[in-house]
Design a protein around this ligand. Structure first.
Ligand code: AMP
Ligand code: SF4
Length: 482
């Protein structure tokens, strides 16, 4: 094997090993997707399709719990939804109520105990829970519950929610409402017993959650794209602090808290959500196009031959930029979809290599061209630096980088792995230093005001851009102050 082949082999081997070996690093947390089906024929299969549409929110593990009205059956495992569930398995999961989960596991751990749904069997029946978000008073609650004798199976904060529900007094709805008032942070969760599902959204509205009427019942999802595959185009967003009960065929809305505000995660619009999803009434593709067009508006004097976007999350913004600037949009980069997400490789060397494996420049498009290259965000700086280098190696004469979000300067404690402060390049460097680091001919980010303009007044969390967290951070404050 010659040197080049051997080093490519070793890159791939590193990546596969990493994927298999469950390497974790403590400071990073997961994004996830939840789906529920209420009074729906073949609820497990419908949930399977729902989870498949939410797969971009988590590829590490997948699970479904189904209720036949008397018993809850659980199936879950590591891997993509299609790998965990085969037809025979789904056929064996009989029932008309189901909740499911896709997990992007990092810090909570990849142990089987942390894969959701988590199901508990108590004297008053079984409960299944699926959760997206991160609870910031997790440590305090875990200590309190352990002191009271609770035994945890895993390290995921979803188990805390389940324990809290179990220890409250009253009806299931009252217990869920009391629990929602005890936990702080980002959460959109579903709780199912044998005949009822509760959907709950945190009082800051940090994570999305919507439901829709299906032909025979109701479906609930982290993102509306999961409804569209079922031919459902109308949905209802839960409001911050709201609990929705699906019981005896009736849907009932209530607020468990009146102390609410509105801080939808800006990163959902910028990066996570699928372009065909509608988050708080705004289509994600339309939002991203608007960010591109705002960036172009401020670039009146920039002369370039083509506009390209980093696939996939930056393509909409690049189209918006190109339209506004009157510069042709081109496919300058092609993505290999079968390489794991670059962001979560455990070492910088592995991240560097996987960017190269994941993205290739189209040299016939970029050669001899002055390029505007749009990316959605810069976190550690690995991706942009590599891409500028790839484009220049392929013959681009100039690369002007435009980022469709503000500079990330603070970590996220609400379930998104924007890493620790010392790893955030924007926290250490000025924009000019960053431009130099990524070897761009020019570099510009959006302002917070421009972000708000693109969301037409939806209340946003912008904490990773401005350090203004909408909750107390509890033990995470120490991490921030380090
Ligand atoms: P970096 O190379 O560390 O600067 O990462 C920036 C790239 O990662 C961008 O191109 C984004 O598309 C992507 N990205 C941004 N935030 C996240 C996240 N929380 N998880 C995974 N990827 C992300
Ligand atoms: Fe989203 Fe950033 Fe807020 Fe985290 S800190 S919830 S990533 S906007």
């Amino acid at each position: 094997m010659d040197d080049e082949k051997s080093s490519i082999f070793s890159y791939m081997h590193d990546i596969m090993l990493w994927q298999r070996r469950s390497v974790m690093f403590d400071e990073i947390h997961e994004e996830c997707g939840v789906f529920g089906a209420y009074r729906v024929d073949n609820a497990a299969s419908i949930t399977y399709y729902g989870l498949h549409s939410l797969q971009h929110r988590g590829q590490e593990a997948s699970g479904i719990a189904v209720s036949d009205g008397e018993n809850i059956t659980l199936q879950k495992g590591k891997g993509l939804t299609v790998d965990v569930f085969q037809k025979e398995k789904l056929d064996s999961m009989v029932g008309r109520l189901a909740v499911g989960h896709v997990r992007y596991s990092t810090a909570g751990g990849q142990e089987n105990e942390n894969i959701q749904p988590i199901v508990s069997k108590g004297h008053n029946g079984s409960l299944a829970i699926v959760h997206n978000g991160q609870i910031v008073n997790e440590k305090e609650l875990r200590i309190e519950l352990e002191n009271e004798g609770a035994i945890f199976q895993g390290t995921s904060d979803s188990e805390i929610i389940l324990h809290l529900i179990q220890k409250q007094k009253g009806t299931l709805k009252e217990r869920v409402m009391k629990t929602a008032n005890r936990i702080e942070g980002a959460f959109s969760f579903l709780v199912m017993n044998e005949d009822t599902i509760y959907a709950v959204r945190d009082r800051h509205g940090l994570r999305p959650l919507s439901y829709a009427k299906s032909k025979d019942g109701y479906v609930i999802s982290s993102e509306t794209c999961a409804f569209e595959v079922m031919g459902i185009y109308e949905s209802v967003d839960l409001k911050p602090g709201e609990i929705v009960e699906f019981h005896k065929g009736i849907v009932k809305h209530e607020f468990y808290s009146t102390d609410t505000d509105h801080h939808m995660c800006a990163m959902e619009y910028i990066y996570f959500a699928r372009p065909d999803s509608v988050v708080e009434g705004i289509n994600v593709h339309a939002f991203r196009k608007a960010t591109g067009s705002i960036l172009a508006r401020e670039d009146k004097d920039l002369k370039a031959d083509i506009v390209i976007g980093v696939p996939d999350s930056s393509l909409s913004a690049a189209i918006g930029y190109a339209e506004e600037a009157g510069i042709p949009f081109e496919t300058g980069l092609v993505k290999n979809r079968y390489v794991g997400r670059t962001f979560i490789q455990p070492t910088q060397a592995m991240r560097d290599r996987s960017v190269r494996l994941k993205l290739s420049p189209v040299s016939s498009v970029v050669k001899g061209k002055s390029i505007v290259m749009i990316d959605d965000s810069i976190v550690r700086g690995t991706t942009s630096r590599r891409i500028v280098q790839l484009l220049k190696d392929a013959g681009a004469t100039q690369v002007h980088v435009r980022i469709a979000s503000p500079v990330i300067t603070s970590p996220c404690f609400y379930g998104v792995d924007t890493s620790t402060k010392d790893q955030l390049i924007g926290a250490r460097m000025s924009v000019e230093e960053l431009r130099e680091y990524i070897c761009a001919d020019s570099l510009r980010f959006m302002t917070e005001e421009e972000m708000k303009e693109a969301t037409h007044g939806v209340g946003l969390c912008l904490a990773c851009f401005n350090g203004e967290y909408c909750t107390k951070l509890f033990s995470y404050q120490e991490e921030l102050d380090k």
